[in-house]
Design a protein around this ligand. Structure first.
Ligand code: ADP
Ligand code: MG
Ligand code: ZN
Length: 583
C-alpha cells in the first residue's frame, strides 16, 4: 500500500529530526523568554528569532531573511514589548489614508508620558508628513527611539518586482538618526537583492540571519488538471471544513469557480482587485473567522494576510513564475502543521498566460521584460513536467538554494512516488500522432488537442464520427495507453516543439487553439529523433499529510486516477476562452 510506505517513512524518528533544544543565553535571554511566553503566549522560538531579537536589543543593525510564515513580526514586536509589562504591546498605525485628526492624536501621544511602544508607519506617509518626521526627531533627542524596523525590505530594491518608490527615501534614516539601530526583514531576496538592501539602507556591520527557504510542513504536488469535480472531491475528502485558497488567473474565473464550489456544497467566496473595499474586507474577515472556508482568488489576495491555519493552497491555473508560486504556497501552514500545496496542471494553460504577458503593456514593458516573463512561465511548465526531481529541490533552486532531497522526507509527490518512475521509448506513438496532425493539416482541417487525443485513443464521440475521423488510419492507435500517458505524450510533443498550438480566428469573436506541426516535427517523422517518456504507471495520491503525532489519521486517498471525466465536466475548459485579466 503506497500510503503505508510513505507514512512509515515519515514516522521514522530519525527522519523527523526534532528541533534542537533551545539554549537561550545572553544578557537579555530571561527577559526575552518571559515576553515570548507571557506577551505572545508562545512556547519556543522559531529558527533565528531569538538570535535576531538578541542582536537588535544589543543595539546592532540586523538583517533577517526568513521565508513567508517564518515569523518575522515577532523579531521586532518582541523587542518593542520588552519596555512594557508583560501582556501589553501598545501599537499605533499611520498610513497615507489615516485622517489628519486621528494622525494628530497619535502624534500627540508620542509627546506625552503614555507613549505607544510601537509605531507602524508606511514609507509613503513618512515621506509626505513633516509632522511625523519632527515627532521622530523629538523622540530621538529624548533618546526614546530604540530602533527602526523595515519590514518587506526588498521593496527598496529596484532588482525586485515589488519596488516601491517611497522605500527609496528610507536611506535618510541612517543620516538623520545615525546611532539608531536598523532592522530590515524580508522573505524575497536573492543574493543581489540582499546586497542591494544592505547597501541602500546603509547598514553598519549588520548581524545577518538567513535561513533555508524550505517549508518542511508543506506537501507539494503537481497533478493533471481535469475537472472541478475532481478537485472538489479531493477537498471534501482531505480538507473537510478546513481553510484554503484557490488561485486562478482571471477575475471572471474566480467568480465562476467560487459559484461552482458553492453549488457543490463548499463554503467558497471569490476575491480579486476589482472588488469594493468593503467586500474585500468582509470576505477576508469571514475567511479569517471560518464562516467561509475557501477563497478563490487572483494573486491580489495574500499581501498582508495572516491566517495561521490555512490547510491547502491550490493553483488551478498555471502560476506566472516560480517566485510567485512559492510566495502563494507559503500562505499555507503558517502554524507549522501539515498543509497541502497542489498545482493542477494542464499544458493548455500555458498559451493564455503567454498571451496575457504579451497583451499587458505599461510604461515598464520592454521586449526584454516580455521575454523574461515568458521564460519565467516556461520555468513553471518545466517544474510541472519534471516528475523525477524532488519538488522542493526544484523550487528552492529558484532561490539559489541547493536542497538535498533527503530533507524532503517524501513530502512531495515526486519523492513520494520515487521508484515508480519508468522511462520507455514512445517514438512509434509519437510518429503516429505527428502523422495524424500532418494529414489533418494537409486536409486543411482545424482540430484541437483534445480532438486529436480522442482520435489517437479511438474515443467513440460524436465530434469524431461527424468528421469521419474514426476512419483515419491512426484512429485508436493509442487505445491501449492509459489516459495519463496519452496526455503526457501530447504535452511532451508540444513542449519539444514537435507540435504547436496555433491561435486561429474562427468567427468574429473567438480565437481557438488548433493543433499543428511544430518546427521539430520533421526530426521525429524522419526517424532522426527518438521520444523517451518518463512516467509513473501508477499515479500516486495528489495530496499528502505528514504525521505530526503518532496515531493521527491516515490521509484520504486521491480520487481514482484514471477515471474518464464525463463530457459535461469538460465545460471546465470552456472558460479558457474568457478574456485574460491581470488581477
Ligand atoms: P512572516 O512575517 O515571516 O511571514 P509572521 O510574523 O506573520 O510571518 O508569522 C507567521 C505565523 O507564525 C503567525 O501566525 C505567528 O503567530 C506564528 N509564529 C511566529 N513565531 C512563532 C513562534 N515562535 N512559535 C509559534 N508560532 C509563531
Ligand atoms: Mg510579515
Ligand atoms: Zn521531495
Amino acid at each position: 500500500d503506497f500510503d503505508e510506505v510513505t507514512m512509515d517513512y515519515v514516522d521514522d524518528p530519525v527522519a523527523v529530526a526534532p528541533e534542537p533544544p533551545q539554549e537561550l543565553t545572553g544578557p537579555y535571554a530571561a527577559e526575552i523568554k518571559t515576553h515570548l511566553n507571557r506577551t505572545f503566549g508562545l512556547e519556543t522560538f522559531r529558527h533565528n528569532q531569538f538570535e535576531a531579537i538578541n542582536a537588535t536589543m544589543a543595539g546592532r543593525d540586523v538583517f533577517v531573511l526568513m521565508p513567508t510564515g517564518g515569523g518575522k513580526s515577532l523579531c521586532y514586536q518582541l523587542p518593542a514589548s520588552t519596555r512594557c509589562k508583560p501582556k501589553r504591546i501598545d501599537a499605533v498605525l499611520l498610513t497615507s489614508t489615516t485622517e489628519e485628526a486621528e494622525a494628530r492624536q497619535i502624534r500627540d501621544r508620542f509627546y506625552s508620558k503614555e507613549k505607544p511602544t510601537l509605531l507602524y508607519v508606511t514609507p509613503e506617509r513618512l515621506k509626505i508628513s513633516a509632522s511625523t518626521k519632527s515627532m521622530l526627531s523629538h523622540l530621538y533627542r529624548s533618546k526614546e527611539l530604540a530602533r527602526f524596523v523595515i519590514d518587506e525590505a526588498h521593496c527598496i530594491s529596484t532588482w525586485g518586482q515589488d519596488f516601491r518608490e517611497a522605500y527609496q527615501g528610507l536611506h535618510t534614516l541612517r543620516e538623520d538618526y545615525p546611532d539608531v539601530p536598523i532592522m530590515a526583514l524580508t522573505a524575497t531576496a536573492d543574493r543581489k537583492t540582499v546586497d542591494d538592501i544592505l547597501d541602500r539602507l546603509r547598514l553598519k556591520d549588520p548581524a545577518v540571519f538567513e535561513q533555508s527557504f524550505n517549508r518542511t510542513n508543506l506537501y507539494y504536488s503537481v497533478t493533471p488538471k481535469r475537472s472541478v469535480d475532481e478537485m472538489v472531491s479531493f477537498i471534501k475528502k482531505s480538507h473537510p471544513n478546513q481553510s484554503g485558497v484557490i488561485y486562478r488567473t482571471g477575475r471572471d474565473k474566480c467568480e465562476k469557480l467560487a459559484h461552482q464550489l458553492r453549488q457543490k456544497g463548499l463554503k467558497a467566496k471569490h476575491f480579486h482587485a476589482r472588488l469594493e473595499k468593503e467586500d474585500k474586507e468582509r470576505t477576508q474577515a469571514e475567511w479569517k473567522n471560518g464562516e467561509c472556508h475557501i477563497i478563490v482568488a487572483t494573486i491580489a489576495f495574500g499581501m498582508g494576510i495572516d491566517k495561521a491555519d490555512v490547510r491547502f493552497v491550490i493553483h488551478f491555473d498555471l502560476p506566472k513564475n516560480m517566485d510567485g508560486y512559492y510566495q502563494e504556497t507559503g500562505r499555507a501552514g503558517r502554524d507549522g502543521l501539515p498543509a497541502n500545496c497542489i498545482l493542477y496542471y494542464a499544458y493548455r494553460d500555458l498559451q493564455p498566460i503567454l498571451k496575457m504577458i504579451r497583451d499587458t503593456k505599461d510604461q515598464n514593458t520592454t521586449p526584454e521584460s516580455i521575454e523574461r516573463q515568458e521564460r519565467a512561465v516556461r520555468d513553471v511548465v518545466r517544474y510541472c513536467e519534471n516528475e523525477s526531481v524532488c519538488r522542493r529541490t526544484q523550487i528552492l533552486q529558484h532561490f539559489g538554494e541547493k536542497f538535498d532531497k533527503k530533507g524532503c522526507r517524501g513530502q512531495c509527490n515526486n519523492c513520494a512516488s520515487e521508484g515508480l518512475l519508468v522511462t520507455q521509448d514512445f517514438t512509434k506513438e509519437a510518429k503516429a500522432v505527428l502523422t495524424l496532425v500532418q494529414s489533418l493539416e494537409r486536409g486543411q482541417e482545424n482540430v484541437t488537442v483534445d480532438h486529436c487525443r480522442n482520435i489517437f485513443k479511438g474515443a467513440n464521440v460524436a465530434a469524431i464520427r461527424d468528421k469521419r475521423h474514426d476512419q483515419h488510419p491512426v484512429f485508436g492507435a493509442g487505445k491501449d495507453m492509459p489516459k495519463e500517458l496519452v496526455e503526457l505524450l501530447f504535452n511532451k510533443l508540444l513542449y519539444l516543439d514537435a507540435l504547436m498550438e496555433k491561435s486561429i480566428q474562427t468567427n468574429s469573436k473567438w480565437h481557438n487553439q488548433y493543433l499543428k506541426l511544430g518546427s521539430a516535427a520533421h526530426a521525429f517523422l524522419t526517424g532522426g529523433k527518438l521520444l523517451q517518456l518518463s512516467h509513473k504507471p501508477k499515479t500516486p495520491k495528489i495530496g499528502g499529510k505528514a504525521k505530526t503525532t503518532k496515531g493521527s489519521k491516515k490521509p484520504a486517498a486521491a480520487p481514482p486516477p484514471d477515471q474518464e471525466p464525463p463530457e459535461r465536466m469538460r465545460s471546465l475548459y470552456a472558460d479558457d476562452d474568457d478574456p485574460m485579466e491581470e488581477i
